[in-house]
Design a protein around this ligand. Structure first.
Ligand SMILES: *Cc1c(COP(=O)(O)O)cnc(C)c1O
Length: 373
């Protein structure tokens, strides 16, 4: 069967596609905005908006009211500025000030999130009058980006043009950990030292965890794209993506036959299998492979689970369709990889990874189909 809502599909429809529901995306932005009020809701759209496409995603979220965007590097910042030309947006570059590139931050009006003295020195040489706004990142326990908190007083004395001070939570999704609250406490101490700039500490998990993390601005990424849908929380987000791939061949195999590379799966009885046109080259993790000793992941056909058999290969995955009535499944039919039976959180759990990795690694070979209504 074709997927139910195939209105947006091309006429010749014979390869894997990712359907991106821009209405659900806008709804998620609105739900989060509403949930965090009076805090502002920014959007984190690094890594090509988590693989969903920077242009379509940023435009949709802008139209929903978002005016602050976080990307990771200069290239993404320039790409965003060139695509979303409204002058009223602020673009933060999370990875800070790249060496010898300060002219570009100015030219494209990009706000670096500065987190080291080297970056700050370079910036101050360039901007002696403190005209261009910057964001300052403090490390409250991540040991990744950000100034040591002991430098806060010194930095506050520089009289910089700071539009945002921020920190990042390491483990906001760990319900039992006290670390997020410790990080927040440290950050609130720093906020007192700086009296006027806006403050921000919350990613998706932190903003869901507790309202105390909302501060002036939250910066969700994955929850905009449908992550944490399973979490029991007052904030409910909608799924945004569906991933389908077509069957290229259906065949019967005999008990004892092995399937795929490494021959790690041997059929325990006669089986019907389907070969699906998608693989690790598209971003389907090899960790979804199965052997006789270890269960792997599964795809779905018309609501029925179809377990993966053997290794995921570059362009093909074999699935077990023995339980699906003969003649109700055919070559050319589409198999659900992400959809109403398996969301990005479920799939990533089966693959021993996180939804972020699944989304950002879906390859450009997969057609993106944007759904507007
Ligand atoms: C990626 C990122 C975010 C967004 O995180 P999600 O978990 O996707 O909500 C927020 N802040 C920083 C600093 C990030 O790097």
């Amino acid at each position: 069967m074709m997927p139910k809502d195939n209105r947006t599909m091309r006429e010749i429809d014979c390869s894997a596609f990712l359907e991106i529901d821009l209405c659900a995306l806008a709804d998620n932005y609105n739900s989060i905005s509403e949930y965090v009020k009076p805090s502002l809701c920014a959007a984190t759209i690094k890594a090509n908006a988590y693989g969903l496409g920077l242009e379509a995603v940023s435009k949709t979220i802008y139209d929903a009211g978002c005016r602050s965007f976080f990307v990771s590097d200069l290239d993404e910042g320039i790409r965003l500025r060139e695509n979303l030309t409204s002058p009223d947006i602020t673009i933060y570059i999370l990875n800070g000030l790249m060496p010898h590139s300060i002219e570009y931050y100015k030219k494209y009006n990009l706000t670096p999130v500065i987190g080291s003295l080297e970056e700050l020195d370079e910036y101050r040489v360039f901007d002696k009058q403190n005209i261009y706004p910057i964001a300052i990142h403090f490390d409250t326990g991540f040991s990744r980006l950000g100034f040591d908190i002991t430098l806060a007083s010194k930095i506050s004395e520089y009289k910089l043009n700071i539009s945002l001070i921020m920190s990042h939570i390491a483990s906001a999704e760990e319900k039992l950990s006290e670390m997020p609250e410790n990080q927040l406490d440290q950050f609130l101490q720093i906020c007192k030292i700086f009296n006027n700039p806006k403050s921000s500490i919350a990613n998706s998990a932190a903003l869901i965890r507790n309202k105390s993390f909302h501060l002036d601005m939250v910066r969700p990424g994955i929850s905009l794209y449908g992550g944490y849908e399973n979490l029991q929380s007052k904030l409910q987000v909608k799924p945004v993506v569906k991933l389908y791939a077509p069957i290229i061949q259906i065949k019967k195999i005999k008990k004892g036959a092995t399937i795929g590379y490494g021959a790690i799966y041997k059929a325990t009885h006669d089986k019907a299998i389907a070969l699906v046109s998608i693989g690790y080259a598209d971003g389907i993790p090899r960790s979804l492979s199965s052997s006789n000793d270890e269960m792997g992941g599964q795809f779905y056909y018309e609501g029925q689970p179809t377990p993966i058999l053997g290794r995921v290969s570059m362009d093909i995955v074999a699935i077990d369709i023995s339980d699906i009535p003969y003649n109700t499944i055919n070559r050319g039919n589409f198999i659900e990889i992400i959809g109403s039976n398996q969301n990005i959180d479920n799939l990533s759990e089966n693959a021993d990874t996180i939804s972020y990795e699944i989304l950002t690694r879906l390859n450009s070979r997969i057609r993106k189909i944007y759904k507007y209504a």
